[in-house]
Design a protein around this ligand. Structure first.
Ligand code: OSB
Ligand code: MG
Length: 354
């Protein structure tokens, strides 16, 4: 699916989203799950074709006989890694299961709100004026929080420019996607002057100890994204002092059951969480918005409206109202792919019978 505008991060430029959707058909109903793996292994080790391979070769053949998300999670556990592939399959089964019982994702997960406040993640641009235009347009659309992608050489100046132009009241945070090392601590400490909500994943994915050391040198709270692939990782990060905020992305942690467990753990430890994004279509977005309505999600998420990403989404588009998205209320995800559009966007499909 073509993106409306290229999305540049410290790890690459995205101009289109290669989306793997999983559709589970049971005797009672069917369900959908979106795999958030990207086309190349630059954000993490997973990539779309790899996810498709592990799904067909190992994960789908291991499915239990009953459409039960907890049973699916247990059945997939012996296979290491591949959290994004597992999340897509578990979510599709959970959607089918909830459509059968008539319960929504929001109700199942324990959502406490009917709508969630939304932030937007703003990619690296060629110039500061271009960035200011882009941020200004998002603020005009109603986004309640801005996240700037940063990398060495695109950090202090863009943050200062956005603060100067849009003022001290703007909720502002940055995301480095692991582009720095602990040797950059003094440079990162210069961000303290701009009263940011947090700095997301400044150091490498496996640098929990270094993140703890960095956190001691910053006033800006450190938030982890890539480093957290499970509730165990979240517990370790909290114990070490490597993160005082956690970005929960269901795809990255293996699904909504694990995402909920991380939320509960963080609530118990007084650690704020927010819902990350992976440029999802309406399918993945529906479940993320439901998750973001849980009580521990006290910071606005990267749950932007469909039009921020795509000219045409594959579901009815999610639209921002007063800076918020509504949590779907129908059974399961509460949304489904629109037949004509899905057909038009589909490049390949494969049916696997159990
Ligand atoms: O690090 O949060 C990230 C998009 C793709 C991969 C990683 C990230 C992102 C974003 C955009 O920041 C989130 C979104 O709007 O979906
Ligand atoms: Mg991130």
């Amino acid at each position: 699916m073509p993106l409306r505008a290229p999305f540049r991060t410290s790890f690459g430029v995205e101009t289109a989203r290669d989306v793997l959707l999983v559709r589970v058909v049971t005797p009672e109903s069917e369900g959908w799950g979106e795999c958030v793996a990207m086309s190349e292994p630059r954000y993490c080790s997973e990539y779309v074709e790899g996810a498709a391979d592990v799904l067909r070769r190992f994960l789908i053949p291991a499915l239990p006989a009953v459409a039960d998300a907890y049973a699916v999670k247990r059945a997939l556990k012996p296979f290491k890694g591949h959290k994004m592939a597992k999340a897509a399959l578990e979510t599709a089964v959970l959607d089918a299961q909830l459509r059968t019982t008539g319960q929504s994702f929001g109700t199942f997960l324990g959502a406490g709100r009917e709508r969630v406040p939304c932030g937007v993640s703003v990619g690296i641009t060629d110039s500061i004026p271009e960035l200011l235009d882009s941020v200004g347009a998002f603020i005009d659309e109603g986004y309640v929080r801005i996240k700037l992608k940063i990398e060495p050489g695109w950090d202090i100046a863009p943050v200062r420019a956005v603060r100067e132009r849009f003022g001290d009241d703007l909720l502002l945070q940055v995301d480095a996607n692991a582009a720095y090392t602990l040797a950059d601590a003094r440079r990162l400490a210069r961000l303290d002057a701009f009263d940011l909500l947090l700095v997301e994943q400044p150091l490498a994915d496996d640098d929990l100890v270094q993140h703890a050391a960095l956190a001691k040198q910053l006033r800006t709270p450190v938030c982890l994204d890539e480093s957290i692939e499970s509730a165990e990782d979240a517990a370790a990060a909290i114990t070490l002092g490597a993160a005082s905020v956690i970005n929960i992305k269901p795809g990255r942690v293996g699904g909504y059951l694990e995402a909920k467990a991380i939320h509960d753990l963080c609530v118990a430890h007084g650690v704020p969480v927010w819902c990350g994004g992976m440029l999802e279509t309406g399918i993945g977005r529906a479940a993320n918005v439901a998750l973001a309505a849980l009580p521990g999600f006290t910071l606005p998420g990267d749950t932007s409206a469909s039009r921020r990403y795509f000219a045409t989404d594959i579901t009815e588009p999610f639209e921002l109202a007063d800076g918020h998205l509504d949590v779907p209320t129908g059974p399961g995800l509460g949304v489904e792919p629109l037949d004509g559009i899905l057909e038009r966007m589909t490049t390949a499909k494969e049916w696997i019978r159990l």
